[in-house]
Design a protein around this ligand. Structure first.
Ligand code: IPE
Ligand code: IPE
Ligand code: MG
Length: 243
């Protein structure tokens, strides 16, 4: 904890929580057990981020493409999500965490959606940290959705083509109220972004690790933040311009 500089914290950390299935396989468990273990890691990392003082934590919990997994796995993931929200609501209240969600939420099962809305409503006044879940989320879907809504507002005369700039586009994304991620962590040893926050990660710093998600904890989170703090974010400039 004292390795990290409190004045140089990433404001927004995004995590691709990958490797539950392989974790289960390596322990000769079924995939669902891997997801259950993954939910425990979520608890640990959320609490750690809150303690460190991170403003926003976005967790990629279910992608658009994950709908194509075997039916039983999708169903279990949805049940686990609902269970997680039910169980963690009190803890979120205690820790001052506000829950938000991004993605094509209306594709979620009615019961899950209901629970999600309840938890979001209940935690809406909390101010210590935003826990943002990416659910039924796809970066390309998000951009297509934004384009659709921009066109609709254009047709109704609310905006003109000449007014559309980067800030306008941002206002139409699911993440409109959130800062861009400063740090992306992907566990599970894959070096790809799997359709996650494509627009928002233009200048995000990446940390990839082979650690499987259920094995990821506070120690490696601190390591990722330490590495982030050692990097120079130039945003196209040269070093000398940054001082
Ligand atoms: C990530 O773990 C969890 C979700 C995508 C919901 P995986 O289930 O992808 O685990 P691996 O990649 O098969 O190990
Ligand atoms: C990315 O993991 C999605 C989530 C962590 C929710 P996947 O395991 O689905 O990614 P790919 O398909 O292997 O790239
Ligand atoms: Mg995976």
């Amino acid at each position: 904890m004292n390795k990290i500089d409190p004045n140089k914290l990433p404001r927004h950390i995004a995590i691709i929580m990958d490797g539950n299935g392989r974790w289960a396989k390596s322990h000769t468990f079924g995939r669902i057990t891997g997801h259950k273990q993954g939910a425990k890691a979520v608890r640990v990392v959320v609490t750690a981020c809150r303690k460190i003082g991170i403003d926003v934590l976005t967790l990629y919990a279910f992608s658009m493409e994950n709908w194509f997994r075997p039916k039983e796995e999708v169903l279990s993931l949805m049940n686990l999500l609902k269970e997680y929200l039910e169980k963690e609501e009190d803890e979120m209240m205690e820790q001052g965490i506000r829950l938000t969600a991004v993605g094509k939420l209306d594709s979620l099962d009615k019961k899950v959606l209901e629970q999600l809305h309840n938890t979001m409503k209940k935690t809406s006044k909390n101010t210590k940290m935003v826990l943002n879940l990416a659910l039924s989320y796809g970066g390309r879907e998000e951009i297509a959705m934004a384009a659709r809504h921009i066109l609709m507002d254009g047709l109704s005369g609310k905006i003109k083509p000449g007014d559309i700039n980067e800030q306008t586009v941002e206002q139409y994304l699911y993440t409109k109220d959130l800062p861009d991620p400063d740090l992306l962590i992907r566990t599970g040893g894959e070096w790809r972004i799997s359709n996650f926050l494509l627009y928002q990660m233009a200048y995000t710093e990446f940390y990839f690790t082979k650690t499987l998600w259920p094995d990821f904890g506070e120690e490696e989170l601190l390591e990722a933040i330490t590495q982030f703090q050692r990097r120079e974010r130039r945003f196209g400039r040269i070093s000398e311009q940054l001082r």
